[in-house]
Write a protein that binds this ligand. Structure first.
Ligand SMILES: [Zn+2]
Length: 224
């Protein structure tokens, strides 16, 4: 047996005898194993906030999301977005793929995502919406299409209302793919006012999309 094999065997045995405990991303208690991400309580809280089919924002033909943006769901989004934990994407995308079935049959034939300005993307290392979208696309066996571009940076939107967001987004997002006759499933992490989705849907339709559906991990309720 080579040294390398010996080392991995030893690591496997040690891992079995002394499993690494991980901090729950929801509540911070030491619970579960690294790949679990959440403790039992937080998993339960997450399941309680399940949404499924959701009223589509203006300009969209249908919408679904996995959870309400609160508690563990919000913590997971923040960890993916700001905490640099890109390995979370498959865990979250699995639930999004389940939520998508709530709006079937849509006949969606491809998946696009809300773009991030290249500068911000370089800073963060990845576009979290793209990670979610590519994983959802693989699970649903749909074609991922890099269709949208953010042509200039968007001011942070958190404090803006719906009308201000629309104004803020004017001319920011453009499609650069031929989507004639396509039925597009648009992916984002959180749906707030729906203004971002509306802007993306406009761009996708200009590029020829016949239908646009929205699938998000979370929906923020009772907020701007
Ligand atoms: Zn927890």
């Amino acid at each position: 047996m080579s040294d390398h094999n010996m080392k991995s065997l030893l690591e496997a045995v040690l891992g079995f005898l002394f499993p690494k405990r991980a901090v729950c991303l929801g509540c911070g208690t030491m619970a579960g194993f690294p790949q679990d991400w959440l403790c039992q309580d937080c998993r339960q809280a997450l399941a309680m906030s399940w949404v499924g089919a959701d009223l589509p924002p203006r300009g969209l033909d249908g919408a679904a999301c996995a959870y309400v943006y609160r508690g563990p769901a919000a913590k997971l989004v923040q960890a993916l977005k700001y905490g640099g934990i890109s390995r979370l994407a498959p865990f979250m995308a699995g639930d999004m793929a389940k939520a998508y079935h709530a709006i079937e049959p849509t006949g969606a034939d491809c998946v696009a995502w809300v773009p991030m300005h290249p500068k911000r993307r370089r800073k963060r290392g990845y576009n979290h919406a793209e990670l979610l979208a590519r994983d959802v696309a693989a699970r649903l066996e749909l074609e991922p299409v890099d269709a949208l571009r953010a042509v200039r940076a968007v001011r942070q939107q958190a404090r803006l209302d719906s009308a201000q967001r629309m104004e803020n987004l004017r001319g920011v997002i453009e499609a650069h793919a031929d989507l004639t006759g396509r039925r597009v499933l648009l992916i984002d992490d959180v749906r707030t006012t729906g203004a971002t989705a509306h802007t993306c849907a406009d761009a996708l339709r200009k590029a020829g999309a016949e239908r646009v559906y929205l699938l998000c991990y979370c929906v923020a309720r009772g907020e701007k």
